[in-house]
Design a protein around this ligand. Structure first.
Ligand SMILES: [Zn+2]
Length: 271
């Protein structure tokens, strides 16, 4: 299993056995299932049926075809491990209800553990950076065999968080708040980017957390408050020392007992 803190290459998450050079399936759901079979065979997932349901639910919400013949079906499900990825290529292409109507020639399927929020976000950003390059896509789609395809995929570099841990849910909420606030003064073009970013973050967070977040944003204009010198910056009330130190490095969600905002540790000054 890859060490997430030190993973900087896509190949840290991918073995050649997780790559299908030519998908047999010509249809979306069947192709997704074909990739899940690979993960099951590699013992990277146990609950194939559940994962398939989640992936299809997600596709029905909105196609994960990101344009330019690439699709990134994904689900946040506990697989027992941290992350499971399978890649499939299709010469003839698969109809994926893509926004640009193009058929999909490359599917990167990602299943990741809900206990690792932020992970998909970073992975997605890294993948998108490479897949956006026309030159890179051309080489990927044109790979003459599986070995070459794997080699080209291995070139993808990821920028995983440098902190000691994967970003916490509270900091994701804080980031989401920053984006929601920026949306208010954004130009049309910026708005599109911000929406996309917000969507990625939302995918990492639970429905209940987000519902409450949206309500707070609507009512107060902000939903997340930093804890600075032991006090909630949303209402200036002191927070129990124990709770304050727990917030420091925890993935748990804490709520200010006084003002109800989500609490996040104050950002550490860069050394
Ligand atoms: Zn407060």
């Amino acid at each position: 299993m890859a060490d997430l803190k030190k993973s900087h290459h896509f190949s840290d998450f991918l073995k050649p056995s997780q790559v299908i050079y030519e998908l047999k399936s010509r249809e979306k759901v069947l192709a997704i299932e074909e990739l899940l079979d690979v993960l099951a065979k590699e013992k990277l997932i146990k609950n194939k049926k559940l994962i398939l349901t989640r992936l299809i639910d997600r596709e029905q919400l909105e196609s994960t075809a990101i344009g330019e013949s690439v699709a990134l079906p994904h689900a946040r499900v506990n697989t027992g491990g941290e992350i499971a990825i399978a890649v499939g290529r299709s010469e003839k292409g698969i109809d994926f209800d893509s926004i640009d109507k193009k058929k999909v020639h490359l599917i990167i399927l990602v299943v990741w553990n809900p206990t690792l929020p932020g992970l998909f976000n970073h992975l997605f950003a890294g993948l998108a950076r490479f897949l956006r390059k026309p030159e890179y896509r051309k080489r990927l789609f044109g790979a003459p065999n599986k070995t070459e395809l794997f080699k080209i995929l291995s070139e993808i570099e990821l920028t995983m968080p440098h902190e000691d841990r994967i970003i916490s849910r509270a900091s994701l909420l804080a980031k989401l708040q920053e984006i929601e606030l920026r949306k208010k003064k954004a130009s049309k073009e910026q708005l599109k980017e911000l929406r996309k970013h917000a969507e990625l973050i939302r995918e990492e967070l639970d429905e209940a957390l987000l519902t409450r977040f949206d309500k707070l944003m609507e009512r107060y204009g902000f939903a997340v408050a930093e804890v600075r010198d032991g006090a909630c910056q949303g209402c200036n009330m002191r927070i129990a020392t124990q709770m304050s130190s727990a917030i420091e490095d925890s993935n748990d969600i804490y709520i200010c007992e006084n003002c109800g905002k989500y609490l996040v540790a104050a950002r550490k000054k860069k050394k």
